[in-house]
Design a protein around this ligand. Structure first.
Ligand SMILES: [Zn+2]
Length: 80
């Protein structure tokens, strides 16, 4: 099963309007941690220190990431 986590760029990494909350796949335990983390949408690429991990989905979600997320990912409550 794929495990996902939410993260968004830290302030200053990208422009404030681009600080979407992306979905990332946690690599399987037997693979080395990649140097660069690429969200499901594949549009961005982040180093480890550039991301702010989120326990819950907050901020502005990246729509492309949500579209690619499996059904197991909780949907936004009362989303518009
Ligand atoms: Zn994304």
């Amino acid at each position: 099963m794929t495990t996902l986590f939410y993260a968004r760029p830290r302030p200053g990494v990208v422009r404030e309007v681009e600080r979407y909350t992306h979905l990332f796949e946690i690599p399987p335990e037997d693979t080395p941690v990649p140097d660069r983390l690429i969200p499901l949408c594949g549009v961005f690429e982040f180093g480890h220190g550039q991301l702010e991990l989120l326990a819950i989905l907050e901020g502005v979600p990246c729509f492309a990431c949500l579209q690619k997320s499996p059904d197991s990912v909780p949907q936004i409550e009362g989303g518009q």
